[in-house]
Ligand binder design. Structure first.
Ligand code: UD1
Length: 430
């Protein structure tokens, strides 16, 4: 029963270091298998998702060496198996990046088809469309996506929806195709750019990443590299909201402020002060929060992965707010947990209508997914009394040392794994 137990009501104050971007890391780990030379990756977050993908990469024969907690060496020269088992895909959808990588390198990959997840159904039709355009045959049989190609040829691909995963997956395969590929309506997220930069450092020729048209000249062969992953935009945003929600003052360090602009702008709008420097953002929340309207959008819009943290802040703000989720269909499930803490929120379809309340009260709650789980922890930190958060395995998928970083900012919380430890914490806090 691993849980967080939290005594709320303490403003979080201090400095926090942000780690490498989980979502960039997942694609970069897969892409690292595309050369037979050794690749050294730095600033790798030590979180459950990256660790599972590393196991998946080992399971196909790649050599993985952990140099230190945040540095890993990968050598893909010994890959002998092009099948990624269901076990890995069930644990982590992003295993599907190995299709783009292996199809590019070996012209063949068999990966279990990812299922739906807690935030809604997640089709992969755009990935498949892209691979087919490059000349691959794609079949789904016995729960596997089977991709094969005699030859991959550059193509002009128009994505029907803006998809981070499809953009990256098709970009990886196109690097190994003959000729030129153009991906239109591409995703512009910072991690798409990071993966392109990583591939370019291995000898790929990708231009335009970060805009909606990406141009790739196939190179056929990639070489080893050393590369440091960008800071995690969503981890940074979560700590920025931790300041807003707990009425604190947090210096969020080792970030790229440009990647946080949509988050900073909304925080200013609801009454926080923001100070930016080259690689840090300070958030001070000294006034009552005020209401606003937010719609999640692809980058550079407000990220869907920050939507629950935003709702937790607005549900404590003065007045009525509206949050519209335009990326995933089922991303308000955590609202029921917030209601148990005293929030006043009504969800209709993809819109949450929020009436701000004065305070939350601690309750026993369950993390339904990664980002909502983190947001509920922030609610617990602002709440009166004790909150327990169950199913923290979801939070640990993407946040390294979450409770330790929060403790260092003054949070009164522990990670406990028995009833005895829970009672000990309760005794300690009186
Ligand atoms: C990535 C992030 C996730 C983030 C999301 C949106 C990783 C590992 N995960 O997920 O944290 O919430 O971007 O920023 O990087 N879609 C289709 N067909 C497709 C692919 C996607 O219709 O083939 C739809 C999805 O259902 C969704 C939208 O496109 O509505 C965006 O999804 P996408 O950008 O692909 O998200 P992921 O890459 O899965």
């Amino acid at each position: 029963m691993e849980q967080y137990v939290i005594k709320g009501g303490n403003p979080l104050v201090g400095e926090v270091e942000i780690g490498g971007a989980k979502n960039a890391a997942l694609a970069i780990l897969a892409a690292a298998t595309m050369t037979d030379e050794t690749v050294l990756i730095e600033n790798m977050p030590d979180v459950r998702d990256t660790n599972i993908l590393l196991q998946a990469i080992k399971s196909i024969g790649a050599i993985v060496e952990r140099v230190d907690r945040h540095t890993v060496k990968i050598n893909g020269s010994q890959i002998s198996n092009l099948v990624i088992a269901d076990d890995y895909v069930k644990k982590i959808r992003a295993s599907y990046y190995l299709i783009g990588a292996l199809l590019g390198k070996y012209r063949n990959a068999r990966v279990a088809l990812p299922g739906g997840c807690n935030i809604g159904s997640r089709p992969i039709d755009q990935h498949i469309k892209g691979w087919k355009a490059l000349g691959a045959e794609v079949k789904i049989e016995h729960g596997l996506i089977i991709t094969e190609a005699e030859k991959l040829t550059g193509s002009h691909i128009y994505m029907d929806v803006v998809s981070v995963g499809a953009t990256i997956n098709v970009m990886m395969s196109a690097v190994m195709a003959e000729g030129k590929t153009i991906i239109e309506n591409a995703a512009k997220e910072p991690h798409v750019v990071d993966v392109a930069n990583f591939l370019n450092s291995m000898g790929a020729n990708i231009k335009g990443a970060g805009t909606d048209v990406i141009r790739i000249r196939g190179t056929g062969k990639l070489h080893g590299t050393e590369y440091a992953i960008i800071p995690d935009q969503i981890e940074a945003g979560t700590f920025m909201f931790a300041a807003a929600i707990t009425k604190g003052d947090i210096m969020v360090k080792n970030v790229i402020p440009k990647h946080l602009e949509s988050i900073s702008a909304k925080l200013v709008e609801i009454g926080c002060e923001i100070e930016e420097s080259d690689d840090a953002v300070r958030v001070v929340s000294s006034k009552p929060l005020t209401h606003t309207q937010v719609k999640t959008l692809p980058y550079p819009g407000f990220p869907t992965d920050m939507q629950p943290q935003m709702v937790v802040a607005l549900a404590l703000a003065r007045g009525a707010s509206i949050v519209t989720e335009s990326i995933f269909e089922n991303r308000f499930k955590y609202v029921d947990e917030m209601t148990r803490m005293g929030a006043d929120i009504k969800v209709e379809g993809n819109t949450a209508f929020i009436s701000g309340v004065q305070k939350y009260t601690g309750a026993g709650i369950v993390a339904p997914d990664l980002r909502a789980g983190a947001a509920l922890v922030l609610a617990g930190l602002a709440a009166e009394g004790v909150t327990t958060v169950d199913d923290i395995k979801y939070i640990e998928r993407g946040y390294e040392d979450f409770h330790i970083k929060l403790q260092s900012l003054g949070a009164i919380m522990e990670r406990v794994d028995s009833e005895r430890e829970l009672q000990k914490f309760k005794l300690k806090i009186g």
